[in-house]
Design a binder for this molecule. Structure first.
Ligand code: COA
Length: 394
């Protein structure tokens, strides 16, 4: 095992969309047994962004409490991970940098590799901080999962952003080495530039995910990683929460760990509670899983936890982190629960009209109706530019 320097997640905060669609609405619309969703894929509800919300407003909303607590000094890098980019050239991170009032002496960029990019951002951030421990890096994962209405993916949509402050001597989670890596060129999920919804071959993506766990775990063990039974809990990328169950069963069987239903439940259950009611948030999903685990377990101080990141296409990474003593004092459990509880319920017809909405592309001036309640909104479009606004602070 390598000797780890203490670099990792100092603060973690997430935000989600304005509306919530209960899966009973989807079940009723398609006359499907609700247990297909509650038991079959492990989802109860999904967040739906308002028309004046997007990945930028969610990202800024997620990061705002971190800036309020720790200020902007020494944040010299902003890494925004998304597969729902709003521009092919400009980083969405620059809008967020501006909305948050971050220092102009900064490098700001966007990273993409399906649901994996936030993990790359986290590791790049850790490397930057290792090189100069006086610097802090803001990492934000932000995505809106969209599939065609009527497709199998429809019930696995959702939206959220997770913001993390990466520093030396972190208060919440130290990132440990080694990482186990795996990459394979596979078409399990992708979104061509001309589409606003992803194309997914669901069964292929589940198989590719499981194959990637084997590859990443093999690399992790070959590089001197911990034995599997040392981990106190496991966080998986969750396109739907049942996937964490499938993933852990597969890894446990592959690595020779206990794989009875109770063992799997104990290993993953608390990491699935937020995702179960928010839905897929692509690259933010693993970090909502981490927030859920930390917010719902109080016995993790000093213990190693496992993280598995998967991004279709595909790239995967298995890595560990050690939960820091006193971590609970730095969590944002109340804010996270409020972000979920404060959503406005929407019915199937209301969700469908938002799903079918597309922003004008004529370059004219278009104001958007005020709909969401968050601290930031997409106010309109003008000359092909997105206009963002901060609401006055509540
Ligand atoms: N009660 C309990 N379970 C039920 C059920 C019922 N009434 N009806 C179905 N199920 C179970 C099925 O047995 C199946 O379980 P299994 O996966 O353990 O076999 C599960 O529910 C899903 O049913 P299925 O018929 O396979 O659903 P589907 O054709 O709608 O596809 C997905 C499900 C997950 C493949 C689809 O939603 C999808 O493609 N999602 C996107 C996947 C994704 O995001 N991948 C990205 C990268 S990881």
């Amino acid at each position: 095992m390598h000797k780890d320097s203490a670099v990792g997640i100092h603060d973690l905060s997430f935000a989600t969309g304005h509306y919530v669609l209960d899966h009973r609405e989807i079940a009723n619309h398609y006359s499907v047994d609700i247990n297909k969703f509650h038991l079959g894929i492990g989802q109860e509800a999904m967040s739906v962004p308002a028309a004046d919300e997007d990945i930028v407003t969610m990202a800024a909303t997620a990061a705002r409490p971190i800036i309020d607590r720790y200020g902007t000094a020494d944040i010299r890098t902003v890494l925004l991970a998304t597969e729902t980019g709003v521009d092919q050239a400009k980083s969405a991170g620059l809008y967020v940098h501006s909305l948050l009032g971050l220092p102009s002496a900064a490098r700001v960029l966007e990273l993409k590799q399906a649901c994996y990019a936030a993990t790359a951002a986290l590791q790049f951030a850790a490397a930057l901080v290792s090189r100069d421990p006086s610097e802090r890096v803001l990492v934000i994962a932000t995505d809106i999962a969209r599939y065609d209405a009527g497709s199998p993916g429809e019930s696995t949509q959702g939206a959220a952003a997770a913001a993390m402050l990466v520093t030396a001597e972190p208060a919440i989670l130290r990132l440990d080495r080694p990482s186990g890596l795996f990459a394979a060129d596979i078409m399990d999920f992708w979104r061509p530039n001309y589409r606003s919804t992803a194309v997914v071959d669901g069964k292929t993506s589940i198989a590719a995910y499981l194959q990637a766990i084997e590859g990443a775990w093999k690399d992790y063990t070959e590089r001197g990683g911990r034995p599997i039974d040392e981990f106190a809990a496991f966080c998986y990328h969750q396109p739907f929460t049942k996937m964490a169950h499938k993933a852990h069963r597969h890894l446990a069987e592959f690595s020779g760990a206990a794989a009875e239903p109770d063992d799997i439940h104990d290993a993953i259950h608390t990491s699935t509670l937020y995702n179960r009611v928010i839905g897929n948030s692509y690259t933010a999903s693993l970090y909502l899983g981490l927030a859920s685990l930390l917010d719902h377990r109080d016995d993790l101080a000093g213990k190693p936890i496992a993280m598995f990141s998967y991004g279709s296409g595909s790239v995967a990474e298995f890595f560990g982190g050690t939960v820091m003593p006193g971590y609970r004092e730095h969590l944002r459990t109340a804010g996270h629960r409020a972000a979920i509880a404060d959503r406005t319920p929407i019915d199937y017809a209301g969700y469908r009209s938002l799903h079918e909405l597309s922003l004008p592309v004529d370059g004219g001036d278009h104001a958007l109706v005020e709909e969401g309640r968050g601290p930031y909104r997409l106010a309109g479009l003008s000359g092909h530019k997105r206009i963002y606004q901060a609401r006055s602070r509540r």
